[in-house]
Design a protein around this ligand. Sequence first.
Ligand code: NAI
Ligand code: MG
Length: 398
Amino acid sequence: MTKRTIVALPGDGIGRAVLDEAIRVLDAAGFDAEYVEGDIGWEFWCNEGNPLPDRTIRLLEKHKIALFGAITSKPKDEAAGELSPDLQGKGLVYSSPIVGLRQLFGLDICMRPCHTYKGNPLNFIRRGKYGSFEEPEVDVVIFRQNTEGLYGGVEWSDPPQQVYDALMTHPKFQKNFGHVPKAEISVSTRIFTKKATERILRAAFSHAKKYRYKSVTVCEKPNVIRETSGMMYKMAQEIQKADFPEIQLWNTNIDAQMMWLTKNPEDYGVIVAGNMFGDIVSDGFAGLIGGLGFACSAQYNPDTGIGVFEPTHGSAPKYASYEVSIVNPIAMIESSCMMLDFIGENEIAGKIRHAVAEVIAEGKVRTYDMMKMRGTPDVIKEGAASTREMGDAIIAKL
Ligand code: NAI
Ligand code: MG
């Protein structure tokens, strides 16, 4: 095995604590790599006016694979206020560096698996017949289109005149909004392209085929959002018919799906959705398998082989300053397993996943979230494992 170079992007808040554990676990599992650290996040926004410095972009161009912790994002005005004094008033506008990375490198395929861990006290439980309790096994993989839709960044408040004029050519805009002063209108567009839609659909179907899932569910809202959701569903029908006839195609609306996922989560296999609905439905399913401490993700561009692997949780700023970190590193560790799969190191990934599963099943070492505690510095005294202790326990199993 040749030594790999991995770009380590700790980012903000708890990002570093969880990333450190993932790297320790990778080392212990025998993954031969060196890690070069890239700058990203709030500190670089405040001090340089850019949360995603060019040097970080070049690192990813060169090494192609990154592990990413989390970043802090704040609303536009608050962000401007926190710029260092010499950068104030220069018209710098904050935008999320992780959304930026996705767009810059065309990381349009986002994959978020949600699998039940045996023995996780946070597993979803439902009431069955005659007062019984059931713990359905969830095994769902969400494919989220990662670069377009509501995250495309094409939006305005008080839109420019040409945009407004163009909108006025639409009869529904004229009827429903034509009487509203332009200055009182905000527009966020939801743009889907055929190319990107086809790519995410094919990624979802191919995954279903490879791992023998019986269904792919398009989770959108085609009855109301006719053009974008409608296009995705129509293309899914064509792709399924032409290339994946052995896989069932299901169609759910995002709102109904959020209700059904607590009624019959075991029925779903692969789910595919646009950017926003994919984000929502993946958080929904993550809630059934233990929440943000367990939710991992991969985002990649299959053409370039560039991939960024990150937990779905954010920087959890309220826990960032704890002397002993209490957050659960499993989501980050599982994300690094997705990285290993992506670069063909499936055996090491399997070893790590096995160790994680064993620690959870054994139940001796549990972070505060797994003990259903409120997160405070006291949880360690009350028996919860720290981030480091969870890492240690996984390493011991390896
Ligand atoms: P968050 O995911 O950071 O935290 C929400 C809550 O989830 C936490 O208070 C904590 O109770 C729990 N949690 C998160 N990670 C955990 C872990 N590893 N172990 C145990 N519990 C965990 O979301 P929030 O509070 O909405 O956002 C905080 C900041 O993170 C914001 O600035 C937001 O913009 C940013 N964010 C960044 C993301 C990214 O880097 N991709 C994704 C989501 C939010
Ligand atoms: Mg999210």
